[in-house]
Design a protein around this ligand. Structure first.
Ligand SMILES: NC(=O)c1ccc[n+]([C@@H]2O[C@H](COP(=O)([O-])OP(=O)(O)OC[C@H]3O[C@@H](n4cnc5c(N)ncnc54)[C@H](O)[C@@H]3O)[C@@H](O)[C@H]2O)c1
Length: 336
């Protein structure tokens, strides 16, 4: 049994406690939070789990093999670094850290110590994203042409980090996964704050590649409606992934276009094809249990997790460049 310690019991941490408690080959032995009321809530549900008030107390325990960090974004790097230095495997909530340099430093420590470092990009473990990945990998969609994702709702404002670090991280991780780590060559992003905190609450990110793929992500905490919709266009088929839909989350459109070679610039012939729409059955298992089991398996069997540290690095690299572009009113930031 792997001894697990979970740090941070705010909004997200209790979900990790529940799923790690259900995971095979692992046992949640302690949790830590500075807030006594949050600790008590966990105690009422899991009386056998030890309660601690500070992350460092978890890192010092010899019965803890692996640490899960669900603390605010700016604490990810210092806490993950301390946990790795203390010899613990580490799963960090998204985003893995706040800069590419920080992620590279964590990777170096993990390598040096022979430890697992993983990030929780939860959506990669959903039946919907797994299905999209298999459609791309099998060639059913054809060449990836566009990825257009909208993730907007009203709240939860974060006083320290802009909306892209909170929401776009999901879309970027999904793109990274379904495209098998396709790297943008440049990023452009705009965004604005409507509060005195100066933290962008709405943002638009564009990713450019050295082929004809394009990706665009809309993130907002100030929308009156909740939309979680991703369109993925391939040269053969297109997919709409609507995460707000309870069951029919994915629709596959056998639609597309073809352009006949022009004899001259004014004689382009475009054929549009409107075919069947398929709604595949997708697995309904809880994504976070998949994250927990993947982390445990990586430690116990040395398997490569789906949401691995490279995925964390790729996403943070783009987030950092996007944030820089936002500060320069959309100026393109090169990634090569
Ligand atoms: N994967 C997802 O879908 C998902 C969803 C929501 C949040 N998150 C991530 O989870 C993380 C936490 O977000 P949240 O909304 O739950 O935050 P939160 O502010 O609600 O909770 C964070 C908790 O960490 C505790 N904490 C901070 N530093 C500590 C320390 N040194 N020792 C002990 N406790 C400490 C705080 O007391 C607080 O209770 C963030 O990284 C966020 O991006 C992920």
């Amino acid at each position: 049994m792997l001894g697990i310690g979970i740090v941070g019991l705010g909004y997200w941490g209790p979900n990790l406690v529940r799923n790690f408690s259900a995971a095979a080959e692992a046992e949640v032995r302690c949790v830590a939070d500075r807030d006594a009321a949050r600790l008590q809530k966990i105690h009422s549900l899991y009386p056998a789990v030890d309660l601690l008030s500070e992350a460092t107390e978890v890192f010092q325990r010899s019965d803890i093999d692996a640490v899960v960090l669900a603390t605010p974004i700016n604490t990810h790097f210092p806490l993950a670094k301390m946990a790795l230095e203390a010899g613990k495997h580490v799963l960090v909530e998204k985003p893995l850290a706040t800069s590419r340099a920080e992620v590279l430093e964590l990777m170096e420590i993990a390598d040096r110590k022979g430890l697992q470092l993983m990030v929780d990009h939860t959506f990669l473990y959903t039946g919907a994203v797994q299905k999209i990945k298999s459609l791309v990998d099998s060639g059913e969609l054809g060449e990836l042409q566009y990825f257009d994702s909208t993730r907007i709702n009203l709240g939860l404002f974060n006083p320290n980090w802009s909306v892209i670090w909170d929401l776009a991280v999901h879309d970027l991780s999904i793109f990274d996964y379904i495209s098998s780590g396709k790297k943008p060559v440049a990023v452009s992003a705009t965004g604005i704050s409507h509060t005195q905190m100066g933290i962008e609450d709405i943002a638009y990110i564009s990713l450019f590649f050295n082929d004809s793929t394009i990706a665009h992500i809309t993130s907002s905490w100030i929308s009156p409606v909740k939309i979680r919709k991703t369109m993925i266009g391939g040269s053969k088929k297109m997919v709409i992934y609507d995460d707000v839909e309870p069951t029919e989350k994915i629709k596959i459109y056998d639609s597309g276009f073809s352009v006949s070679s022009p004899e001259d610039m004014h004689r382009w012939l475009v054929d549009y094809r409107f075919g069947d729409i398929a709604i595949p059955k997708i697995a309904q298992t809880e994504a976070l249990l998949g994250v927990a089991q993947d982390f445990v398996s990586a430690i116990v069997r040395g398997t490569r997790p789906i949401s691995d540290r490279e995925s964390g690095l790729n996403v943070v690299t783009i987030l950092e460049a996007a944030q820089q572009s936002v500060k320069q009113r959309g100026q393109t930031v090169s990634l090569v």
